[in-house]
Design a protein around this ligand. Structure first.
Ligand code: PLP
Length: 288
């Protein structure tokens, strides 16, 4: 039992998961006062590691949290944890909260130590036959705050919106703010129409996804036309293809939205091409 238990990193220690503890006064627990990252790892190689660490730094700057580890220290923790938790494809989950103060108070004590937690999870190999079936989604009003660019552990709004989708027996929701499409509950969105691939521009209304940027780079490198522009909700109804992208989901085609087929109601030809290019990129990362 003990040997199969995952080893996690908690505040400078490597411990079996069941022995890792956090104070009940931790501000992450009490207020959702923390930030996180999810970094996929293929063949032992983290995908776009520097970009993930850049985004972590930006999230921390936005919430006035100083980074407890240097870039090299983060990399050292990741490689030790990957060594201690051998496996095939994995994802690194890291979370930094503002730490535990002596009393529950919204005001921040100057001298508390942040809580640093890192774990490694298996990524199930993507089942492409299943991915190709696509997912169903609904559109939902994006009532979140105007700081969605922070990868905050406070995800209650995303949970509420995901619950709305699940209550309608669909997997996800596409969020819309003031008539403009923002993102999925845990993913960015792409729309394909007349051969042009579009995605909303970065702003405080959406998370700057690492997969989003990678898909844009790979598409442009392969001579696809990609536009970062506002997408009106009405465009979802006429789109040939809609995709949701994230580190764990990669590129998922949405085949039905609000109970209506997207395009032909099946994964489209642009998705097919891009998912192939994405797989090649992962293979190169594994063996490069
Ligand atoms: C709200 C939201 N948008 C977008 C993404 C996609 O980000 P990434 O591609 O870095 O996984 C995520 C990932 O969890 C997310 O939670």
């Amino acid at each position: 039992m003990a040997s199969s238990e995952p080893i996690v990193y908690i505040n400078s220690e490597y411990l079996p998961q069941s022995q890792a503890c956090v104070s009940v006064l931790d501000r992450g627990f009490l207020f959702g006062d923390g930030v996180y990252e999810v970094i996929p790892v293929f063949g032992g190689k983290p995908l776009r590691l520097n970009e993930h660490l850049d985004r972590l730094q930006r999230s921390m700057d936005r919430v006035s949290l100083s980074n407890p580890l240097s870039r090299d220290q983060w990399k050292e923790v990741f490689s030790l944890l990957l060594e201690k938790n051998p496996g095939a494809d994995r994802s690194i989950y890291l979370q930094v909260t503002r730490g535990a103060a002596p009393v529950r108070d919204l005001s921040v004590e100057a001298d508390i130590d942040p809580t640093v937690f890192v774990m490694v999870n298996d990524i199930k190999p993507v089942d492409y036959a299943r991915l190709e079936n696509g997912i169903e989604a609904i559109t939902v009003d994006d009532f979140r705050w105007k700081a969605c660019d922070i990868k905050s552990v406070s995800l209650i709004a995303n949970v509420m919106i995901r619950l709305q989708a699940n209550a309608k027996s669909v997997m996800d929701a596409v969020m819309v703010r003031d008539g403009l499409v923002t993102e999925g509950t845990a993913s960015n969105i792409f729309v394909v129409q007349n051969g042009v691939i579009s995605t909303p521009p970065k702003s405080d209304c959406l998370l700057p996804g690492i997969t989003r940027d990678l898909v844009i780079d790979l598409a442009r490198a392969n001579n696809f036309v990609v536009e970062e522009r506002d997408i009106r909700q009405s465009e979802l109804q006429t789109a040939d293809e809609i995709w949701l992208t994230s580190s764990t989901r990669e590129i998922a085609p949405v085949v039905k939205l609000d109970n209506r087929p997207v395009g032909d109601g099946v994964a489209g030809e642009y998705w097919r091409k891009l998912i192939g290019i994405y797989q090649d990129y992962k293979q190169e990362l594994r063996h490069g």
